[in-house]
Ligand binder design. Structure first.
Ligand SMILES: [Zn+2]
Length: 60
């Protein structure tokens, strides 16, 4: 069984969200498809290395 991605970045504001802990304030569903960035490997360290900043709502 395939598991969900752990982290999702928003290219328009450079914020990365933890999908397992997402809040309505994250506005994941309002994010445009072309703004969505998934990470390989799927880790917060990798996201940060690509200049994404942790979301204060789901990783605060
Ligand atoms: Zn978030």
């Amino acid at each position: 069984m395939e598991s969900l991605a752990g982290y999702l970045g928003n290219r328009s504001n450079r914020i990365v969200h933890h999908l397992g802990n997402m809040k309505k304030e994250c506005e994941i569903y309002q994010m445009k498809m072309q703004d969505r960035e998934y990470f390989t490997p799927d880790t917060i360290e990798n996201a940060k290395s690509k200049n994404f900043v942790e979301c204060k709502f789901c990783m605060g």
